[in-house]
Design a protein around this ligand. Structure first.
Ligand code: NDP
Length: 331
């Protein structure tokens, strides 16, 4: 038995469990120049929602009735490839499949000696790099400034906030539950956190949390939350646009306030980025994140769901905020 998860339908609005199909395929064997991989950890990420649409984006759409792919940590079960041996662990963009073969292209070896294996999908992987490089390269933080981060309780947000604090900034997080508000303040040492689901007037809540105004808004969610933060930005504010999860399931894009007057009058810079824009900085950023992690200056938070069959539900749960930190599925 070798289970695989296919895209069964292109989701309309929020994905449902019926948009995925779990089926059985043959157990593969490694040919010369190949390795046989056993999936160990699977990353579920909001950006995968965009790949489920037909529309072309910065990554091609998933094909209907074909396996879904994401960041995966896998163990080498058998090797006919000179660069890999049985027992190695690799990180790569692989299929949601229990066992698969690979020619090794695009795979990076990872070791549990250096860090927890799952952290290569989170704080030492794509989301940690996004937080660090998005904040440093686009947010341009300076000591004493005020950073607001939305999606603050998630994989990217928890790291943005912690790095902001390390750099001597004031950090305010916006998140979707009282439990996450408490976590941000106690574990992650945010100066303030706001529950956007229970706050009546978000614009006023941001104003009162940031009496000196907002210098950097690290935007993970877009939509009305971002409108409320934008109303509070300072002169020369920087707004790294990292994600827009509040809009990913919309079937029609809602019309928001026109941004030009505020960007103009505040001489503010709003800049979207995709983490691959900064690929040349990955080695130095990974080194810095690893050092901070080892020195316990930053903490890695993960929500681990168990079982291959639960991958689709773990992905859907991202849109209900069921994760704290990085959402990962363990086999
Ligand atoms: P998270 O770990 O933050 O998980 C998603 C979180 O989003 C949920 O936990 C939920 O938390 C929140 N959320 C879900 N629906 C809504 C909504 N309608 N409005 C507001 N918040 C919502 O995900 P990541 O940290 O992996 O990603 C965060 C963002 O960064 C995403 O938008 C993602 O697409 C983007 N991203 C961009 C990258 C890039 O290269 N630019 C790379 C990686 C991620 P809550 O309880 O607070 O609602």
């Amino acid at each position: 038995m070798n289970k695989v998860i296919l895209l069964n339908n292109r989701p309309h609005g929020k994905p449902t469990i019926n948009d995925f199909k779990i089926t059985n395929t043959e157990y593969p064997n490694a040919k010369d120049g190949e390795i046989l991989l056993k999936t160990t950890y699977v990353s579920v990420d909001p950006y995968l929602r965009g790949r489920m649409n037909e529309a072309k984006s910065y990554v091609p759409p998933f094909e209907l009735h074909k396996p879904i792919q994401s960041g995966v940590i896998a163990e080498v079960e058998d090797s006919k490839h000179e660069n890999f041996k049985k027992g190695d662990f690799v990180l790569g963009n692989l299929e949601w499949r229990e066992y698969q073969t690979s020619n090794g292209k695009g795979l990076e070896k990872v070791s549990s000696h250096d860090a927890k294996l799952s952290s290569y999908l989170g704080i030492l992987g794509m989301t940690g790099l996004t937080a660090y490089l998005g904040l440093i390269n686009v947010g341009l933080p300076k000591e004493g400034e005020t950073i607001v981060v939305s999606g603050a309780g998630g994989a990217v947000g928890t790291v943005v906030g912690q790095i902001g604090k390390l750099l001597g900034c004031k950090v305010v997080g916006i998140t979707g539950s009282d439990e996450k508000v408490a976590l941000l303040k106690s574990t992650f040492k945010f100066d303030y956190a706001i529950n956007y689901k229970t706050t009546q007037n978000l614009k006023e809540a941001v104003k009162s949390a940031c009496p000196e105004g907002v210098d950097i808004y690290f935007d993970n969610v877009g939509g009305e939350i971002s409108d409320a933060v934008l109303a509070n930005i300072n002169q020369y504010a920087r707004l790294p646009v990292c994600g827009a999860i509040s809009l990913y399931n919309k079937t029609e894009v809602p019309l928001g306030p026109r941004l030009q007057p505020i960007l103009l009058t505040k001489s503010a810079t709003m800049k979207g980025f995709i983490i691959s824009d900064f690929s040349k900085d990955f080695p130095s950023a990974t080194k810095q994140l690893t050092a901070w992690l080892n020195e316990k200056k930053i903490i890695s938070k993960e929500t681990i769901v168990e079982g291959f069959d639960n991958i689709p539900q773990a992905f859907i749960d991202l849109f209900d905020g069921k994760n704290q930190g990085k959402m990962i599925v363990k086999m």
